[in-house]
Design a protein around this ligand. Structure first.
Ligand SMILES: [Zn+2]
Length: 59
């Protein structure tokens, strides 16, 4: 599932990382350039999976 979003940079922070639809479906949003990426590995905000330290420790 892919979604094309055109969002102003100032509004990126208000977009949730995980969208929950009423039908129960979920969509994980990955926006390039957003200030706080969500790691798909440990689900911690602040880094992406490629940079995941492999721990649940939050800096
Ligand atoms: Zn991580």
């Amino acid at each position: 599932m892919r979604m094309l979003l055109e969002v102003e940079a100032e509004k990126m922070r208000y977009i949730p990382h995980l969208l929950n639809f009423k039908c129960g479906a979920r969509a994980l949003l990955t926006l390039y350039g957003r200030p706080s990426p969500l790691c798909q590995r440990c689900h911690t905000v602040g880094h992406i999976r490629m940079d995941c330290p492999g721990q649940f420790t939050v800096a």
